[in-house]
Design a protein. Structure first.
Length: 67
């Protein structure tokens, strides 16, 4: 993700990490990720929560198989 051309050499993002849209006057940040709107911030948080749930299910299945 950081090797894509949307990021400058100093680490500042040129476009939104979710929708690749341009930034307006206000930028939203979640976990040091620049987002263009509240909608994208909500989508980012939902994606993180879905990843967390998936990892919990995977861990619980791995512990039951190993036991």
């Amino acid at each position: 993700m950081c090797s894509s051309p949307q990021y400058l050499r100093d680490g500042a993002a040129k476009r939104c990490a979710i929708c690749d849209g341009k930034f307006g006057l206000i930028r939203y940040y979640s976990w040091r990720t620049a987002l263009c709107s509240r909608k994208c911030a909500d989508r980012f948080k939902a994606r993180r929560e879905a990843d967390r749930r998936w990892l919990r299910r995977l861990q619980s299945r791995l512990t039951t198989v190993a036991a």
